[in-house]
Design a protein around this ligand. Structure first.
Ligand code: F0G
Length: 353
């Protein structure tokens, strides 16, 4: 049976009615990849949920298909969001598909190139502000209250509904929840959605509950330090957020599940980013790799037990941010003359350029 997209596949768990349009780009059903080499190295049973395989390359498609379908159902003609890049890409794509106007507000100069390319291609109206994500979110919240434009950030409950389906997929593949779920935390919508998903599935199917372990970047670790970061900074621009909207729900998810919200440094994120690509052939964007960096940190501290079955959520595709890949990699192309003999000598270590 071919996959029909989230609204049809998980209809009974979602607020889908007779009036809800069957919007889809065939999102969801993303690979849960077993990482044998990293499992051996770390001493756990590691799987990654590769959300970069979604139609616009991130987990945002799960929430956006639901939010945009409901916007259409409710007669809205325009949607708006603030974004560090992925939300805007997903909003723009689903708005295009549904025939809605899409307005995105982004922090100037802090959007990865691939994400900007997407918003442009899908035809969004892009407003770039000299401020950060938190400032942008405040602006779009106010605008959506004052005008007939639907807000599609994760404060829109339909976003959370759509995103919770990733937890269902994990339980379906593993025949139950893992011991531990590790994931990056930005605005904290996704950790909220996963926890809701695991709880709902457990209630219906007794799939069990994982420890929820979320990771912020050190320069944007509001929840960890229990204070707003006025000027959040991190190389992982997707989670460059200083005042997460779903802060309270993230704290709840961690507390209820015996997990934790923790932080990782940019160096740890970049090391995990390279390790995952080199050891497993899996390219995820920097923010996504906060999950792997966090796993390493909490294995070292003993907070995560060796031998645990762990799922790391890789929220976005590595191709979203080619600039960080090229600029932070130690591998550079070797420039050689167009000469077979010289190239062969080079490969055999005979000559150096
Ligand atoms: N990973 C990636 C790749 C993201 O784009 C985001 C959030 C997160 C993790 C964190 O998820 O906000 O639900 O805690 N990106 C939003 C955006 C903020 O605008 O694209 P969260």
């Amino acid at each position: 049976m071919s996959w029909k997209g989230l609204l049809q596949e998980y209809r009974s768990f979602l607020p889908v009615t007779e009036q809800t349009p069957t919007l889809t780009l065939l999102e969801g059903n993303t690979p849960l990849v077993n990482c044998q080499r990293l499992s051996d190295q770390l001493g756990v049973e590691l799987y990654v949920k590769y959300e970069g395989a979604n139609p616009t390359g991130s987990f945002k498609d799960r929430g956006m298909v639901m939010a945009v379908a409901k916007a259409v159902e409710e007669g809205s003609e325009a949607i708006i969001c603030a974004s560090t890049g992925n939300t805007s890409a997903a909003a723009a794509a689903y708005a295009a598909r549904a025939g809605l106007r899409c307005i995105v507000v982004i922090p100037e100069g802090k959007i990865a190139m691939g994400k900007l390319a997407q918003a442009v291609m899908y035809g969004a109206e892009i407003i770039s502000i000299e401020g950060n994500f938190d400032n942008a979110l405040q602006i779009v919240r106010n605008i959506s209250e004052e005008s007939p434009i639907t807000l599609v950030n994760s404060v829109n409950p339909y976003r959370i509904e759509g995103q919770k389906t990733a937890a269902f997929e994990i339980c379906d593949v593993l025949s139950g929840a893992p011991d531990v779920l590790v994931l990056p935390v930005g605005n904290a919508g996704n950790i909220t959605a996963y926890w809701k998903g695991f709880k709902e599935y457990h209630e219906k199917k007794e799939t069990g509950l994982p420890e929820m372990r979320g990771f912020q970047a050190e320069g944007a670790a509001a929840i960890v330090h229990d204070r707003v970061f006025e000027s959040p900074e991190t190389i992982a621009t997707a989670i460059r957020i200083g005042n997460p909207a779903s802060w309270r729900f993230a704290v709840e998810a961690a507390a209820e599940s015996n997990g934790k919200i923790d932080e990782v440094s940019d160096e740890e994120i970049l090391a995990a980013y390279r390790m995952l690509a080199r050891k497993e052939g899996i390219f995820a964007e920097p923010a996504s790799c906060a999950s792997i960096a966090g796993l390493q940190k909490q294995l070292q501290s003993g907070e995560i037990q060796k031998g645990s079955r762990v799922v790391a959520v890789l929220t976005g595709n590595g191709l979203k941010d080619p600039t960080t890949a090229v600029e932070t990699s130690v591998i550079k192309p070797v420039l050689l003359p167009m000469d077979e003999k010289i190239i062969l000598d080079h490969l055999q270590g005979v000559s150096k350029p």
